[in-house]
Design a protein around this ligand. Structure first.
Ligand SMILES: *[C@@H]1O[C@H](CO)[C@@H](O)[C@H](O)[C@H]1NC(C)=O
Ligand SMILES: *[C@@H]1O[C@H](CO)[C@@H](O)[C@H](O)[C@H]1NC(C)=O
Ligand SMILES: [Ca+2]
Length: 487
């Protein structure tokens, strides 16, 4: 019993050393703090599935007295009989010293002995942080048995601990092994401490998940051990019965006195919520799930709620609740994702999605490309609307002014400058008008120069026939021709 108590205390210390108000997810000033569900026997009233149980059809078993030749008291195990059955439900019922109930296997007479094994499987229905697994035997403890666990639903069975008087022979494990700092802390050890045939009844075996594992003293910072204590299922595999060696004579009475019987199967631990919930509850489909706080989500509070992706999810520690923080989207988006690159560069990893009001950027903080911020009023983002023909680029400046191609003008670059005509992808062409015969302006669409009186032609370089001042006109044009040639 002293060994048991020592084991349980050693195993519980990590959990007990946590802050006093562990059931509160925020303190008096409403600051988030680590919280966890209460410590419970996770196996209580949970059905264990056994691969072998005595009593169908009814069969006789005899109580082991240890002495050979002494008349043994024999009884009937009958699965249908309320007062003589020993079904697996008795493993996890209320454990009453005065009125012991126990599960019992068939006897050695029915072939129960190594290498035939029996599995007792406990399905917790949810991840728990396991502190200990304890078995109370109604007969003598087995010569060899093992405890396995599943870390996640449907995952592989991982050995937790071997108990054997023949560690090397049965499990190929060194007996009395221990784990040094730096070694794999997720390995199952084998011990022969609990494998004696005595006591013949009431022997306990308790496995504490963290005992003898160096990083237990730094549990908050040991993902390896955090994973080690996590289990959704626990399985006890009974491999070899203890005997006095008298079974070799094949006396049925002797063989009927060897069988497995366990009166209590307890699993001490807490519903696993990663420090983000103070209780587990049944969801609408009757599954046990954490009642997550700190803006976390999931059955085990192992992710952040949608829109709380400003930093990566972390489990809560004694001095940091590590609650999930909302994305900053300036009220222009209700969805975001975590962006590791953004988190590295800015310390805020939330990238807002589908920003409204023509905004863009990780926080919807700037205008979309080809938009600019309104100078007065509400500072809305307005479209640049730069002319696709006349602008160098669809992007305008802060004041909404577009960059125009040569000869083009207007805020949106949608018309020709004075003295230019015919807006195309190449900009506007300069008017080519005779300086003396025209006003040097031309039609913006056709390029037709605006001619002085008595002058005509596309460039205004011909005199009108029949003009009164024809002579004067011809003279003028001749002079201009000469001037142009000189230049
Ligand atoms: C045990 O579980 C059953 C349902 O499986 C439930 O009806 C009963 O109340 C539980 N007993 C206790 C003591 O929790
Ligand atoms: C019992 O459990 C062991 C270990 O998980 C497994 O290998 C074996 O197949 C199981 N046996 C039965 C009958 O379920
Ligand atoms: Ca019981």
């Amino acid at each position: 019993m002293r060994v048991l108590i020592r084991a349980l205390v050693a195993a519980s210390w990590v959990f007990l050393c946590a802050r006093a108000a562990m059931d509160e997810c925020s303190d008096d000033e409403l600051r988030a703090q680590r919280c966890m569900p209460e410590f419970v026997n996770a196996a209580f009233n949970v059905t264990v599935v056994s691969t072998n149980t005595c009593g169908s059809p009814p069969e006789e078993y005899c109580v082991q007295t240890g002495a050979t030749g002494v008349t043994k008291s024999c009884h009937i195990c009958a699965s249908g009989d309320p007062s003589n059955h020993h079904s697996a439900g008795y493993l996890t019922d209320y454990n009453n010293q005065q009125d012991t109930t126990w599960w019992q296997s068939q006897t050695m007479l029915a072939g129960i002995q190594y290498p035939n094994s029996i599995n007792l499987t406990l399905h917790l229905g949810k991840a728990f942080d396991i502190t200990y697994v304890r078995l109370k035997f109604h007969t003598s403890r087995p010569e060899s048995f093992a405890i396995y666990k599943r870390t996640r639903e449907g995952g592989p069975w991982v050995p937790y601990q071997y108990y054997s008087g023949s560690c090397e022979k049965t499990y190929q494990k060194a007996g009395r092994g221990f784990i040094r700092t730096g070694e794999d802390e997720q390995q199952a050890l084998c011990t022969d401490d609990f494998s004696d045939i005595s006591p013949l009844t009431g022997g306990n075996v308790a496995f504490s998940t963290l005992e003898g594992r160096p990083s237990a003293y730094n549990f908050d910072n040991s993902p390896v051990l955090q994973d080690w204590v996590t289990a959704t299922d626990i399985r006890v595999t009974l491999n070899r019965l203890n005997t006095f060696g008298d079974e070799v004579f094949n006396d049925p009475k002797v063989l009927k006195s060897y069988y497995y019987a366990i009166s209590d199967f307890a699993v001490g631990g807490r519903c696993k919520c990663n420090g983000h919930a103070s209780e587990c509850v049944k969801n609408p489909s009757e599954q046990l799930v954490c009642d997550c706080k700190h803006s976390t989500a999931g059955d085990d509070c192992s992710s952040c709620q949608p829109f709380f992706n400003d930093r990566p999810w972390r489990r809560a520690t004694a001095d940091n609740s590590n609650e999930c923080l909302p994305c900053e989207c300036n009220g222009r988006s209700s969805s975001c994702v975590f962006d590791p690159e953004l988190y590295r560069s800015s310390g805020h990893g939330g990238r807002c999605l589908s920003c409204s009001d023509n905004t863009d950027g990780p926080n919807c903080e700037r205008c979309l490309d080809y938009y600019h911020r309104e100078e007065r009023g509400g500072g809305r983002c307005l479209a640049c609307s730069c002319s696709t023909v006349g602008s160098e680029s669809p992007q305008c400046d802060d004041r909404g002014v577009c960059a125009c191609k040569p000869g083009v003008t207007g805020e949106k670059c949608d018309r020709c400058q004075p003295g230019f005509h015919s807006l195309t992808e190449a900009g506007c062409r300069p008017c080519s008008c005779s300086p003396s015969g025209s006003t040097q302006e031309c039609d913006v669409n056709t390029g037709q120069c605006r001619c002085k009186d008595n002058v005509e032609g596309f460039r205004c370089d011909r005199c009108k026939l029949g003009s009164l001042v024809l002579q004067l006109c011809l003279q003028l044009i001749k002079q201009v021709r000469e001037l142009e040639t000189e230049l």
